[in-house]
Design a protein around this ligand. Structure first.
Ligand code: AMP
Length: 208
């Protein structure tokens, strides 16, 4: 079996619901949700790394690629050692990574991407109001300021959207992000469950 993590990517603009869906999937055995935004927010904000994250996120910018990949891979190692993530059984659900073509290249040695779920939403106004609501609810300073949100959309268009062309188009499934959470989840499960089954079957065959 490949020693890279079998992975589905949750891909889409800020506010498209990647975190909401990732957290729901994480409740189902066999899926492991990893969000770089959550990993960064859990850092000690007084530490060097915490301060670095704040410096970029408060402007709506991306944390540098090498730092992002390093922190993420350390986090994955920690979950693996603790037995919370079992690479041979669990399908990794990556949310918010990669966010640039360079990150996709750096990530290649760690992950084997079997599906890219693209949460599509062209209604920027709707995404904008979702983010303002979320900022108030989750106390997220980065998304409370309209200028920062606008910057995040610009960065998404310029840096993140080109990531889609890094992957085989056959791997990409488009899902309407404006559907209800349950409708989005149904489409997501249709794409992800066969991948999880295949991964699970491969690992039991390898053990036999
Ligand atoms: P999110 O919670 O995914 O909206 O991310 C919040 C912030 O964390 C982003 O605005 C970035 O500053 C930073 N961030 C999250 N994921 C990445 C990533 N893959 N690369 C660089 N910065 C990231």
């Amino acid at each position: 079996m490949s020693d890279r993590y079998q992975t589905i990517l949750l891909f889409g603009p800020p506010g498209s619901g990647k975190g909401t869906q990732g957290k729901i999937l994480a409740k189902i055995p066999g899926f492991f949700h990893s969000s770089t935004g959550d990993i960064f927010r859990n850092l000690d904000m007084q530490s060097e790394m915490g301060k670095l994250f704040y410096r970029y996120s408060s402007r709506g910018e991306l944390v540098p690629d090498d730092v992002t990949i390093r922190i993420w891979s350390q986090n994955m190692n920690a979950h693996t050692i603790l037995g919370q993530f079992k690479p041979n059984q669990d399908l990794l659900v990556l949310d918010g990574l990669p966010r640039s073509v360079n990150q996709a290249k750096l990530l290649y040695r760690y992950v084997d991407v079997c599906k890219v779920i693209h949460l599509v939403c062209r209604d920027t106004e709707e995404l904008f109001s979702r983010m303002i609501r979320r900022a108030a609810k989750e106390n997220r300073a980065d998304d409370a300021k309209p200028d920062v949100i606008r910057r995040r959309f610009e960065v998404y268009q310029r840096e993140t959207l080109p990531v889609l062309s890094f992957y085989d188009p056959d791997l990409v499934v488009e899902v309407d992000a404006l559907g209800s959470p349950a409708a989005v989840l149904t489409q997501l499960l249709n794409a992800a469950v066969p991948m999880q089954d295949a991964h699970f079957n491969r690992s039991t065959e390898a053990e036999a």
